[in-house]
Write a protein that binds this ligand. Sequence first.
Ligand code: PLP
Length: 369
Amino acid sequence: MIPFVDLKAQYLSIKEEINTAVLKVLESTQFILGSEVTAFEQEFAQYCNADYSIALNTGTSALHLALLAANIGPGDEVITTPFTFVATVAAIVYTGATPVFVDIDPVSYTIDVTKIEQAITEKTKAILPVHLYGQPADMNPIMEIARRHGLTVIEDAAQAHRAEYKGQRVGSIGDIGCFSFYPGKNLGAYGEGGSVVTNNPEYAKTMRMLRDWGQESKYHHVLKGYNYRMDGVQGAILRVKLRYLDKWTEARRSLAAHYDELLANSSITTPTVMPYSYHVYHVYAVRTSQREKLQQQLNAQGVQTGIHYPIPVHLQAAYADLGYKPGDFPHSELAAREELSLPMYAELTTDQVHIIAETLQSILQGVSV
Ligand SMILES: *Cc1c(COP(=O)(O)O)cnc(C)c1O
């Protein structure tokens, strides 16, 4: 069986370094925040080309704090796409603000920048583009529209560590960037984790306070805060793993190039890399009108796949109160029906990619291997 992701293979490749780093934290008893987390914050900020990074417990908390720092709350509207992981939308709702959806561009899967302006009202406070699958949204027009209308831009970079838009690392292009270190992400902790990055010292100060009960100093609570702190163990693990991220990203890109080549003459559509983007392939997403059949037969022949995501957020039961209906965002709805994610992780081998591509081709031709 070729698994969809293989976290064990990566752990085995760096086991000694990880174990040493974890034991060091246990000995130090700096279980929450502490020197490893502080060091990780500095290294991650530098990696993202940002002035500040604040380490958190999850990527969802990163989105929540970014929105709060931008002073978003009840009565405000935040523009994003419905074709994303539910957390993007949940974080907007946590603040009391209303998510306003704009459809995706069907080629890049990121927000259709030509449709943003018609969604802006006097209540709009921010645009929240999602760098879906590891491909940056089209940031220049987004920033231009935002500046013209006085809006904050918060990047959901949870799937896009190390991705670049016109040579610039994502996360530090908008006002605040949000990352997740969920284990399966391109940079994953061994538990939950997240971070915000920003160049704005005021936002940084606010988010740093909010993650730790709104304290300015111990027991002096100047803001109504949260417990969104990162564990010391996760900081230590992420420091080790950050050193491998360039190498792992290159491996993903090389595997993607193999898939592209081997699947070029098939009836499925391979991902399009936009001219502005350095794609980091959190997900290698193909499109097919025969997804159910393909997924089932691939599984039967030992290839695990995923779907990201089968239901766009505007059609999720939990968000029915937003008042959207089928047909409102046709590109998102079609992508949700046709997208299929093939195995993708740095430790996948080119031989495995060949096997996956051949299996896929033989199924498409209606021949069994
Ligand atoms: C993973 C993810 C999140 C949430 O991150 P968590 O660390 O799981 O809270 C948010 N947005 C997107 C696009 C994601 O993929």
